[in-house]
Structure formats: C-alpha cells, structure tokens
Write a protein that binds this ligand. Sequence first.
Ligand code: HEC
Ligand code: HEC
Ligand code: HEC
Ligand code: HEC
Ligand code: HEC
Length: 222
Amino acid sequence: MGKGLLLRSIGISILILLIASGIIYLQQTNINRPGNHQGYAPEQPIDFSHQMHAGELEISCKYCHTSVEKSQTAEIPATSTCMNCHEYVSAPWDSVKLEEQLASEQNRDPELVVSPEIQKLYQSAGFDPQSMEYIENENPYSIRWNKVHHLPDFVVFDHRRHVTAGVDCQQCHGNVAAMERVEQVSTLSMGWCVNCHRDVNNDRVTGLEERYASTDCGVCHY
Ligand code: HEC
Ligand code: HEC
Ligand code: HEC
Ligand code: HEC
Ligand code: HEC
C-alpha cells in the first residue's frame, strides 16, 4: 500500500467515525425534544409514593389534585394538604410498631419516630412533631416538586374539558396508583392528541360516544 493511499484510508475512517457520532448525537438530542419525554420520571425532593397514597391508602386523586375539574391545570397539593394526615403520621407504620415493641421489651415509653422523609415535610411546614405545634417565626416554604409532564407553550391543554367529559386520568397518565415515582406514560405528541380526538368523533372510545372533540388547529394552538 502506498503512503498516499494509507493516509486517504485513515482520512476516510475518521470521516466515517465523525458521521457516526454525529448521527448518535442527533438521536440523543432528539430524545430531549419537547413532547418526546415518554418514560421521564424525575427524582423528587421528597420520596412521595402514589403507589402508597393513591394505591394502598386509596386516597382519591382529586383530594390532592383539587383543581382538575375546575381549571386548566391539575395543580400539585400544598404542604398543608399533606399535613392533614402527617401532623399525626410521622413515620411508616412499620417503624412505629417496631419502636412500640422495643419500648415494651425495655419497659419504657415509646419515643416519637420521625422518618427522614416526613422530617422534610415538617421542615417545609415549620411544624414541630414533639410539641405538635407550628413554630412561630419559622418561615414555611413550598416543596419544589419537579415537573414530570410539560407541553410546549404554543399548545393549549385544559384538564377541566377532559375530566368533566369523562376521560379518566388513567387514559392519559397510565396507572399512577401503581407508581412509586410518577412517570410520563404517553408521548404528549400532536399525533397522540389528534388520534384520540378522531377516535372520539368516530365513537371508538368507550364511554365517550356522545362526545365531539375538535381537530381544528385553532383549538389547540392560538
Ligand atoms: C396524597 C396526595 C396525592 C394523591 C392522592 C395523588 N397525587 Fe398525584 N401528585 C401528588 C404530588 C405531591 C405530586 C408531585 C410529586 C410527584 O410527581 O410525585 C403529584 C404528581 C402527579 C403527577 C405528575 C405531575 C407532573 O409534574 O407532571 C400526575 C400525573 C399525578 N400526580 C396524577 C395523580 C393521579 C392520577 C392520582 C390518583 C390515581 C393522584 N395523582 C393522586 C400528590 C398526590
Ligand atoms: C386527556 C388527557 C389527560 C387526562 C384525562 C388527564 N390529564 Fe393530567 N395532564 C395531561 C397533560 C397533557 C399534562 C401536561 C400539561 C402541560 O404541560 O401543560 C398533564 C399534567 C398533569 C399534572 C401536572 C400539573 C399540570 O396541570 O400541568 C397533574 C398533577 C395531572 N396532570 C393530574 C391529572 C389527574 C389527577 C387527572 C384525572 C383527574 C388527569 N391529570 C387527567 C393530560 C391529561
Ligand atoms: C389521607 C392521609 C394522608 C395524606 C393526605 C398524605 N399522606 Fe403521606 N402517608 C399517610 C400514611 C397513613 C402513611 C404511612 C403508610 C404506611 O406506613 O403504611 C404515609 C406515608 C408517607 C411517606 C412515607 C414515609 C417514609 O418515611 O417512608 C411519605 C414520604 C409521605 N407519606 C409523604 C406525603 C406527602 C408529601 C403528602 C402530601 C403531598 C402526603 N404524604 C399526604 C397518609 C397521608
Ligand atoms: C384519551 C382521549 C384524549 C386525548 C389523549 C386528548 N384529548 Fe382533548 N378531548 C378529548 C375529548 C373527549 C374532548 C371533548 C370534551 C367535551 O366533550 O367537552 C376533548 C376536547 C379537547 C379540547 C376542546 C375542543 C373543543 O371542541 O373546544 C381541546 C382544546 C383539547 N381537547 C386539547 C387536547 C390536547 C392539546 C391534547 C394532547 C396534549 C388532548 N386534547 C388529548 C379527548 C382527548
Ligand atoms: C388536539 C390538539 C392539537 C390539534 C387539533 C393540532 N395540534 Fe399541532 N400540536 C399539538 C401538540 C400537543 C403539539 C406539540 C407536540 C410536541 O411537543 O411534540 C403540536 C405541535 C405542532 C407544531 C410544532 C411542530 C411539531 O411537530 O412539534 C406545529 C407546526 C403544529 N402543531 C401545527 C398544527 C396544525 C397546522 C394543526 C391543524 C391541522 C394542528 N397543529 C392541530 C396539538 C394539536
């Protein structure tokens, strides 16, 4: 092989590598385009489980997401909603039971168990679990939950329209009551919205036969 040919084939190899890595890069950035976040399940500041609250404890979705029938957005509950129960529930049952058992074995009063996750809730509420009082001068602050679903700004979506028409949370969000951590189940793409609207208009969605859902550009974009 002549020197010129060798150099040229090295040059071509490098070119192929560059193109290949370019394609891989584009595919990865593609995953991060808006509306293409299927499977996204960010970590949350408190390890809050829908599986425990909506699943095992069977708390209704609307107890926490109160505005879902009344407004465009579903809203994340304020700390005060959590405190309706967590003023009294400071740790999982298991660890409370364990402490009671230990205390009776050791012939002493059980101590108050506060789990690290619930402690974060108390800190945000400015609540002292020992005295069961809200501490004065302690500044309560909101928990900064990470958003899971996010439509681009040029799209209008309204919960109220869908929920009052009888579309279940599950049809769009999957079985949230079985999720330890919320995950985006649907693509939230334009095709996803429009296909369901077409199905609704062709009576292909059970329970929504009487409904009409427009597919005009202007209802979702203005
Ligand atoms: C005890 C209160 C509570 C109940 C009950 C509850 N949620 Fe939630 N939900 C939250 C909190 C807090 C968050 C924010 C943290 C997170 O994403 O886990 C949230 C987040 C969500 C999200 C993601 C929001 C986003 O950022 O895009 C969806 C979807 C959701 N809930 C649906 C449901 C459904 C459906 C039910 C009923 C099956 C339900 N929730 C019941 C408290 C609750
Ligand atoms: C027709 C589909 C659909 C149905 C039905 C639906 N959602 Fe949503 N939900 C969405 C979309 C789309 C978003 C993202 C909205 C955005 O980013 O503007 C969302 C966002 C959310 C959020 C985040 C806060 C917000 O409003 O952006 C919560 C919480 C939520 N949904 C809970 C619920 C609950 C609870 C129900 C049932 C009572 C429900 N959703 C029913 C499609 C739906
Ligand atoms: C209707 C009552 C109720 C509401 C409202 C409620 N919880 Fe709970 N939560 C419980 C109960 C009961 C347990 C313990 C369940 C068990 O141990 O089996 C629990 C457990 C937990 C745990 C697990 C504790 C650990 O250390 O493992 C966390 C974290 C939690 N809740 C956070 C929240 C947050 C955040 C909110 C508000 C968005 C909330 N809860 C609203 C009743 C509630
Ligand atoms: C699971 C089926 C389903 C999905 C998915 C869905 N929709 Fe709908 N949508 C409906 C139904 C049913 C109605 C009609 C409600 C009624 O009868 O008032 C509707 C109505 C609407 C309306 C009001 C239309 C009008 O005629 O005024 C808008 C806007 C809308 N949807 C936007 C969206 C957007 C944006 C998405 C995607 C992010 C979406 N929808 C996804 C079922 C769906
Ligand atoms: C039922 C709701 C709905 C209707 C009707 C609708 N769109 Fe969309 N459109 C969306 C959503 C949701 C997105 C965001 C998709 C994403 O983020 O991937 C979108 C995105 C777009 C985009 C941005 C490019 C892209 O693919 O992300 C354009 C352009 C667009 N729509 C044009 C139109 C036109 C033109 C019409 C009428 C023929 C129309 N849309 C009807 C919901 C709708």
